[in-house]
Design a protein around this ligand. Structure first.
Ligand code: NAI
Ligand code: HPV
Length: 526
């Protein structure tokens, strides 16, 4: 794909210095500014094409919309819940993260919290520092033989499980995506949450924060747990409902909580932090030298790879774009875009397209419907009222404009892409392919070109009767405008008329003279 030009990046949080070094070594100008207010960020963001953050910068829609040049938001870490990904997608901005760089550190902190809860270590430390020697107050319980419930069996959940198994804990869990046989292979028996709650001595959550995980542990689920259950949240504030947790701690239903994350960070309401059975950290899961070095390095390298057109790794909102980095799909994306632009020019539509239908033909295009339809929409929307259509935002922009996009695949001997659009009840159709590495147009509105039309440079399409005089008149119009004819293709006749496509040295300043000679005419540059 065409490299995404990234020249100036703002790092708005404490990210490992290797991030800045790698970016600078690759010709990117880097500014580091920490603890900016929202207003400062809104005022400055227009000066950058990239923003690198951790979890503290809330990258809201107004910041994203103020970033007129923003192309990439890099999250040096896992959770992207502090970034308005939908707003970024609509603006065509890639959001990427480094999801595995801090897995081990977050898992280790979880284990530390579990152990600290079992032996009251932080409370004992505080008591010692107070000059006391209280051996009765801090009676603990072994982890050995206890049941640990792990909700969310992804990267961190798995690492927590294997570590706590070495303490002799029985690990059970729940995850709607990770198959039970996979988690069983690392010693976690899966079951429904209803079955899980009553069995656990300890519960730890490792899911992203989303509607389905907000308040996973609430008054109702706490009531189903063993009295005195201990809980850990090293994932995101809100997965364990904070008010319900406080109630459960006060009633003794919950015997202790280890919290690294809070709904509001830092939490203004200190009731949980100050509770004697709560041990807490200021979001330290990823705060190790090793995790920061990995995340800083990975995000910098991912941005450099993207900017040099090498690869797209870690993007959370640009699945379609990932394929554009494969050399095989590159020309097909150009084809889709060019076909969109041809139909846009031919329909000369000021109205929104009602429906766009893309059909990928041929075995090798089976998985290409996604990027072909997005590319076609980019072509159709280019130079329209929507700002900056690209492969990231094509479908959201289409939806916003009321265009229905459908895509399917059909088996066919040859590989081709069929694009059909409807405008005001009238249908237009283009068929194209990639031949010898070049995107070509094979058919336009039912007329098949005798020679495939290479979709490159300045192109003039018109529909007219097959008449030598008429073609001479057309070339006369071109000559009068000092436009050279560089290539010529004609279609087979359809209802006595044909489509012609001429490759021309420059676009006609005024297409009026031509339109008086032929039935339909359109010119474009691809
Ligand atoms: N405290 C800290 O500093 C850190 C926190 N995190 C957070 O930890 C969490 C987990 O991170 P990873 O393990 O890397 O993510 P992951 O994506 O590898 O795993 C998350 C798992 O949660 C599962 N899940 C989704 N909905 C669920 C539901 N309703 N019930 C049960 N499971 C569900 C998913 O299927 C997935 O397997 C994220 O929220 C991340 O932001 C990550 C790193 C550091
Ligand atoms: O990666 C994550 O999801 C984290 O929560 C770590 O956040 P941080 O980079 O330490 O602000």
């Amino acid at each position: 794909m065409a490299p995404v030009s990234v020249k100036r990046i703002l790092i708005s949080e404490s990210v490992d210095p290797c991030c800045k070094t790698i970016l600078q070594e690759n010709g990117v100008e880097v500014t580091e500014k920490q603890q900016m207010t929202k207003e400062e960020l809104i005022a400055e963001i227009q000066n950058y094409d990239g923003l690198v953050v951790r979890s503290a910068t809330k990258v809201t829609a107004d910041i994203i919309n103020a970033g007129g040049n923003l192309k990439i938001i890099g999250r040096a870490g896992t959770g992207v819940d502090n970034v308005d990904v939908d707003a970024a997608t609509k603006r065509g901005i890639i959001v990427m993260n480094t999801p595995s760089g801090n897995t081990i550190s977050a898992a280790e902190l979880t284990c530390v919290l579990l152990m600290s809860l079992s032996r009251h270590i932080p409370q004992a430390v505080m008591s010692m520092k107070d000059g006391k020697w209280d051996r009765k107050k801090f009676m603990g319980a072994e982890l050995y033989g206890k049941v640990l419930g792990i909700v969310g069996l992804g990267r961190i959940g798995k690492e927590v499980a294997t570590r706590m198994q070495s303490f002799g804990m029985k690990t059970i869990g729940y995850d709607p995506i990770t198959p039970p046989e996979v988690s069983a292979s690392w010693g976690v028996e899966q079951m429904s949450l209803e079955e899980l709650w009553p069995q656990c001595d300890y519960i730890t959550v490792h899911t992203p924060l989303m509607p389905s995980t907000t308040g996973l542990l609430n008054d109702t689920s706490f009531a189903k747990c063993k009295k005195g259950v201990k809980v850990v949240n090293c994932a995101r504030g809100g997965i364990i409902d904070e008010a319900a947790l406080l109630r459960a701690l006060e009633s003794g239903q919950c015997g202790g909580a280890g919290l690294d994350v809070f709904v509001e960070e830092p939490p203004k309401d200190r009731a949980l932090v100050n509770h004697p059975n709560v041990i807490s950290c200021p979001h330290l899961g990823a705060s190790t030298k090793e995790a920061q070095a990995r995340c800083g390095k990975e995000i910098a390298l991912q941005i450099v790879d993207m900017a040099t057109g090498k690869a797209l790794v870690g993007a959370v909102n640009a699945q379609v774009l990932v394929s554009s980095f494969s050399p095989d799909s590159h020309q097909w994306i150009l084809l889709g875009e060019s076909m969109g632009r041809v139909l846009k020019a031919c329909t000369a539509s000021k109205e929104a397209y009602g429906q766009v239908h893309v059909t990928a033909l041929g075995e090798s295009l089976k998985k290409s419907t996604g990027f072909l339809s997005s590319a076609a929409v980019v072509g159709l929307l280019t130079e329209g009222p929507q700002k900056g259509p690209n492969l990231v935002n094509a479908l959201p922009l289409a939806a916003e404009t009321g265009i229905t996009v459908q895509a399917d695949h059909k088996d066919n001997e040859c590989e081709a892409c069929v694009l059909e659009v409807s405008v005001n009840g009238r249908s237009y159709k283009a068929v194209g392919s990639v031949q010898a590495g070049v995107p070509v147009l094979l058919e336009l509105n039912g007329s098949v070109f005798r020679q495939p039309v290479p979709l490159t440079g300045h192109l003039l399409f018109f529909k007219a009767a097959n008449s030598t005089e008429l073609l001479l008149s057309v070339t006369g119009v071109l000559a009068a405008a000092s436009v050279e004819l560089q290539s010529f293709s004609a279609s087979t006749a359809c209802s006595g008329e044909q489509w012609y496509c001429m490759g021309i040295s420059s676009l006609l300043g005024d297409i009026g003279a031509l339109k008086s000679l032929v039935k339909e005419a359109a010119q474009l540059t691809v």
